[in-house]
Design a protein around this ligand. Structure first.
Ligand code: LLP
Length: 431
């Protein structure tokens, strides 16, 4: 048997004899049967990211709640729930997804600034570990619903520590001007008030300062403030057993670079701050687990060679992956065949087909000269990709696939355009 030439991109994405593989499956082979664009995720990668993080935290009393908003596909959630992961949800829809894959209520935390009556009721009636609450009216409403249901609602108070997470402005949440959390200097008072409500049990403190954080310092600054607050709460005679530190661990958007923060260093920092506090540390990682576990596979529609610029027009658009348009994110593009026309590279802007000038993935990218029908893979597309997609320009949502070793399954199929259109109704008075 001839030897396979393997070039590693990360643990589960490799070039084998020059063709890109996800686990043991060739992307080229999948693309021949499933029309692009589509998302594809690696089961082993999801598992490894979860296990690596848990392993780094092994000496800390902790529990993990996968942030469903980063990737809410049931198959992805199932992979993680089978590993014992809890779930962090922000809507009734996400809550029901978590339940659907077998996560029990006691392992679901409910975050978000605008939980509605119906959402709180669904969670309270079906079981919840804690609501991470963000305002007094929310606490009052939760208490009221708990009275109606004759139950006790566990809550954790989300603190806004006024810390700059040093990330993109649109994904920072821990500054005082952000809508999230309760200002740290009013937390103690609110903790006391909430503890007096008949059907509320305050179980902890919660903080989440932002997403795609690439440096330990902002985490450390926020957590030191939180640890001090826990001390103050205890001094007032309250018991507090849980500190939920949110998500936010950044990833590398370049296949040649490692994670910006090592999970071992993250664990060392946590131990230093919380070691004598006897609290359970709850973590809500999203992107860290799902981000580099998925690719968005697309193909070239046209290469439009211009006088000043060349545009590589691909069949994925900002409706399929909005991060570049929304957060100026730069996702790496991988060719499906390595070393393709290596001597014939040209400078292109990689753009989608949507009628918006912001539908641009990368500018001035040197790529082998590609032609209509050639495939490309967009790296780091497992988090905030499919979940943020839309049907803008009446483009149906694209499929999601999950690979496990040599198995491939479609885990969300592409709706027929007729079915998408059928959802609208022309009122009788316009017929
Ligand atoms: N916990 C809470 C309360 C959150 O709001 C979030 C994310 C997480 C956990 C998970 O954060 P992660 O570990 O994934 O960083 N769409 C943006 C990211 C928005 C994040 C919102 N909250 C993006 O594509 O970059």
């Amino acid at each position: 048997m001839s030897k396979i030439n393997i070039k590693k991109i990360n643990d589960f994405f490799t070039y084998r004899n020059d063709f890109l593989h996800i686990e043991d499956v060739s992307i080229m082979d999948i693309s021949k049967t499933i029309k692009t664009p589509f998302y594809v995720y690696s089961t082993s990668s999801l598992k490894k990211r979860y296990i690596d993080l848990s392993y780094s935290l092994k000496k800390i009393r902790h529990s993990l709640y996968f942030s469903v908003k980063s990737n809410s596909n049931l198959a992805v959630l199932r992979v993680l729930s089978l590993l014992g992961s809890g779930m962090d949800v922000v809507s009734a829809g996400e809550y029901l997804r978590a339940k659907k894959v077998g996560v029990c209520g006691d392992k679901i935390v409910f975050s978000g600034v605008g939980k509605t009556y119906d959402e709180i009721k669904i969670a309270l009636a079906n079981g919840i570990r804690q609501f991470n609450v963000e305002s007094i009216p929310e606490i009052t409403l939760i208490n009221k619903i708990a009275v109606e249901l004759g139950t006790i609602a566990p809550i954790s108070i989300r603190v806004n520590p006024d810390v700059d997470a040093q990330t993109h402005e649109k994904i920072m949440t821990g500054k005082s001007e952000n809508k999230f959390g309760i200002p740290i200097n009013s937390t103690l008072g609110i903790y006391e008030k909430a503890s007096k409500l008949s059907n509320i049990k305050v179980v902890g403190i919660d903080v989440h300062i932002g997403s795609q954080i690439t440096d330990l310092t902002p985490f450390e600054t926020a957590f030191i403030k939180i640890a001090k607050l826990v001390g103050q709460i205890r001094e007032k005679g309250h018991s507090i057993d849980r500190v939920d530190i949110g998500g936010g661990l950044g990833i590398s958007y370049s296949s040649s670079k490692r994670d910006p923060i090592s999970t071992d260093n993250f664990a060392i920092m946590l131990t230093k701050i919380f070691k004598d506090m006897n609290v359970e540390i709850q973590i809500e990682p999203g992107r860290f687990i799902s981000g580099n576990s998925g690719l968005l596979i697309t193909s070239v529609v046209y290469l439009k060679e211009g006088q000043n610029k060349n545009f590589l027009i691909i069949d994925a658009g900002m409706n399929d992956l909005v991060r570049p348009a929304m957060y100026d994110a730069e996702h790496e593009f991988l060719t499906i065949k390595d070393n393709l026309n290596d001597n014939n590279k040209i400078l292109v802007d990689i753009v989608g087909p949507i009628c918006e000038s912001s539908d641009v993935f990368l500018k001035n990218k040197k790529l082998p000269k590609l032609a209509s029908g050639d495939y490309l893979a967009i790296y780091s597309a497992g988090a905030y990709g499919a979940v943020m997609s839309s049907e803008y320009n009446s483009r149906p949502l694209i499929p999601e696939l999950l690979v496990h070793e040599n198995l491939v399954s479609v885990v969300r199929s592409r709706p027929k355009i007729e079915d998408v259109i059928k959802r609208d109704q022309i009122p009788y008075w316009l017929r």
